[in-house]
Structures are given as structure tokens and as C-alpha cells.
Design a protein around this ligand. Sequence first.
Ligand code: PEP
Ligand code: MG
Length: 600
Amino acid sequence: MAENGGMPQALGSILNGIGVSPGIAIGRAFLLDRAKLKPRGEKISSNQVVPEVERFLEAVDGARIELEQIKAKTLKNGSVEVAGQHNYIFDVHLLMLKDKMLIDDTVTLIKEKKINAEWALNLNSEKIVNFFKQMQDSYLRERQSDVAHVSELILRHLSKSEYDSIEKISRGVIIVAHDLSPADTLQLDPNRVKAFVTDLGGRTSHTAIVARSIEIPAVVGSEYATEKINGGDRLIVDGIEGKVIVNPSRAQLVTYQEKRIQYDQFQAHLILNRDLPAETTDGFRVALAGNIETPEETESIIAHGATNIGLYRTEFLFLNRNNLPSEEEHFLTYKKVVESLPPESKTTIRTFDLGADKIAESEQFHEDSINPALGLRGIRLCLNHQEIFVTQIRGILRASHYGRLKIMLPMVSGLKELRQAKAIIAEAKAGLEHEGVSFDHEIPVGIMIEVPSAAIISDQLAREVDFFSIGTNDLIQYTLALDRSNEHVSYLYEPLHPAILRLLHQIITNAKEAEIPVSICGEMAGEPLYTLILLGLGLDKLSMNAISIPHIKQIIRQSTFAEAREMLAQSLLMETAADVESYVAKEMNQRFPETFLMKM
Ligand code: PEP
Ligand code: MG
């Protein structure tokens, strides 16, 4: 197939990215991102000419309607001067949509050359742009950019019918997008989407986390996927190694079909340990729990062998909608979670951690920050919007009557925030008590340790909370100063960096001294490479996405606590992250040669 603009990819060319959700998928590419969409040049047959012309004219019509709407909106909102200026540009563009040279000549090209609308429009607009470029008159010369804009607008409308929206996906495809937000990713239906590949993204971005939760293989941060891949290309996505193979050769197909079978068999074998405890051969037991973003995920957590939820990211309740959840909705949602678990299960509800890459559409949250990860997120946002926080707290408290719930506060950076949040919780309790509503008066209140300041004063914090859960995704992001959503710095995601190991050690020691339980619920908990190190640290619980649970359990069941302590002791003596990483990788590969370790 010919391609305007880009060269067809050589058979089996490989794109490297970050494998963030394991599994192998083979399927056709579905280009989702309109902004990055390249027009695809195709020859058409004689009987396709009439429908193709119609498709083109419909796109022109769509572009006209869009322009008229924007023009009307600008007139309504803008000052007379600004609106006047825009108005003029819109009128020029609207005129161009009727222009014989742009529209009629494109139709002629479709008919005469038997090419698709995108190709014809591209050829024609290039010709017109070149024509304007040669003009002496500067005003006329500038019109070339208007031609380009209008053509682009029509192209967007052309591509809309073919690609564009997630809802239109009807069969198993591999999504290729410049970027996907966590909210977009949550909408992907695993029955219709086999895998996804993005240009942007980091290992512990929430998009990656959601991909693992919904069990869709994913490669992010490939940088050039939308440039190199055409819609309809056959792809192999290797979410374990972080590779994408474009239009694979027969030999590559066979290799990956085998790898897929091996991986599926490996997973099926792991699930056999579902009902066994996560206990080392010398008797050290660790609780394994699941992380969820939606109540529906509890089913998968149970299927993978856990009964407790160590982290429920409730902020996902606020996404993909433009209003806020009511107290009743909070209550019913958390009640649903506890009721879908066995009676003695415990669920840790993290109060909403909006901000950074999880943006609610509700207007109340809009913050224009150039540095959102350091902006108003987590507990800061809760304390800033206390009425929304109280609504959630009341919902949690009411649900605590129906099952064992814990409240966990995100992004706490010091005692002041903690005390403020606890005062709000106490007030909400008093209110419910006054109203005669039943709830668990002893509901434990704990915090995420994910801001370096909280780690450093964890001895003080430990005296005022019921538990700690270490959020390594953020703790690593903030300690090593790397944006967790940015593929260019993902090489700095080093959970075994001496600074991180020391911090983990310190937090856990402080928790033990205060006799409160301590767990990890960041992605590190579910990465098999780190399991012995985390065991050695003596954590009480590891909480992770469902698919990681059997794998981590398998490693724990094949290890001794003594060897884990030894690996940790050796690691703590080393000076660089690279030294620790290569030591741990070597040991783990020797100890568990049959295991699939995600490529770091
Ligand atoms: C973390 O930061 O490690 C964590 C578990 O929270 P989130 O990934 O939602 O920021
Ligand atoms: Mg976090």
C-alpha cells in the first residue's frame, strides 16, 4: 500500500519502548490519535469512486459545520476586536471550503487518478500551496497557510469516519496513539482491544497501571509509533520486552506465536497456587493484596488469589464525567466493593488522589499548573475542596458498616496535613453519630508514604496513624526527580537506587518501632525482580495489580527469608543503582530461570 508522506515500513522493523503490561498480542493497528494521523494514500477501484467522492464532500461539510460553530462561539465569547479578527479568518476559511480550486479539483483527482480522498486532497493542496508560495504579494503569499489549515481540517474529518474514537472499535485491534490518558485507558474494552502502543508515557504512569489492571498488553514511550505505523499494519506487541514489530516476517510471527503460548502456559501454571499462602520455605509470611481502580476489578483480584484490597484508587470514580460523585454514590460504590469480597476481607480506600495525570472534568478541579505533579494533588486537593472530601469520607464511613474498611490519605507531606485531615474525619464521624447512622467507629486511618518529606519524618507520622503504605511510584518520582509519565527519563526509574533502599529501610524501621503495619502498594510490589529485596525488608504486605499476584506468590513460595535478608544486606552495602540492579538481576535470573522478568 502506498503512503503519502511516510515510507512503508520494512518487513519486521522493530520499535523499542517500555513494556508496561505483560503479554504478547498480534493484530492490526488502529490509529487512534487524530492529531498525529498521517493521511493514508490508497488506490481505489472504479466502483469506489462515487462513494469516495461522497465521503470527501461529507468531510468538507463536516469541516464547514465545525468552522461555523467555532465562529459563532468566538463571536459570543470574544471582544469585538478579537472576534472581528477571528471572524475574518473564519470567513476566509469558509470561503475556501467552497473554492473550486481546492474542492472541485480534488474531486477531479479522485475520479481521474482513482485515488482515495486523502491522497487527492494532499496532492491538490500541495499544488495550491506551491502556487501561493510563488506570489510576489505578501498578502497572497500568506494564504498558503490558510490552504494548509483548511486541508488539515478536512483531513481530520476524513479520518474521523475511519478511526478516531474508542467507541468505534468493533473488533480486536491494537491501538496506536500518541498518548492515552488514564481516563481513556480505563474505557478500553479488552474484548475489542488486544494491546496498545503509545509514543509517550512512563513505566509507572497511571496509563500503564490501568493497562495492567485491565490486562491489556502495552508498550508505552515508543516515541515514534504513530509516525512509523500505518492504520491496518500488522503488529506484534511484546509487553514483556517492550517491543513492537511492524509487519512481521513469517519467522517473527512464528517466534512470537510460540512466545505467546509459553507466556500463557506460564500464567496458567501460576494460577494453580491461587489458594496457597505467600509464605517462604522457612515460614515467613507476607500478605498479598490487590490494587484496584474500579469495583469491577475485585473479581479479577479474587481470581488471581487475593482477598484483600490494599489500594483502591477512588479518584477513578471522578473521571470520564463532568459532575462529582454524591455521598450516596460513594457509599454504594464502596459497599459494592466490600460485598463482592469474602466477609473477613479488608479494603483500603484511598481518598481521591486527583491531580497530575488524573484530571477530573468537573470545573471545580481545573488548575493550570505547569508542574502538575508538584501541584494541587492528593491530600492538598482534598483540603482545598473540603466539601468534596467530606462527602467522600461520609460515604466511606457509612460503607464501613458493611465490611472492613480502612481510610488511606494520599500525598501527605507532613504532620499538619495529616492532623487537618484527621480532624475532618473526626468531624464527619461526629456528624454521622449525631444523625444515628451506623459506621465503624474504630476504622483505621493510615497514610501513603510517597513524598520524601513524609519518609524522612516517618517516625513522627507513625505515632499518629494506624498504618503506612509506601507509594513507591511517587516516592521514586519525587526522590529521584523523574517525571513518572515521561518516557525520556524513565531510565531513571531505579527502585534499587541506594537512596530509595535507604528510605524504604528507614520507613519500615520506623513503622515497626511504632508497631504499625507497613506495606508497599506502588508498582515495585508487583515486579518480580524486586520480590526478594522487599521480602528482606520485612514488609507486612505487598499490594499490586491482579496479574502480578500469582507470579509474586510463586517467587515467595520458592524462597527463604534468610536468602532475602542476605540479598538486602548485600544491596545496602553497594554504592550505585547500577551495581545493585545488576547484582539483583543476576541473582534473580539464576534463582528463577523459568520466570518472565519484565525488562527494565
Ligand atoms: C504510588 O505512588 O506508588 C501509588 C501507589 O499511588 P499512585 O500510583 O496512584 O500515585
Ligand atoms: Mg502515588
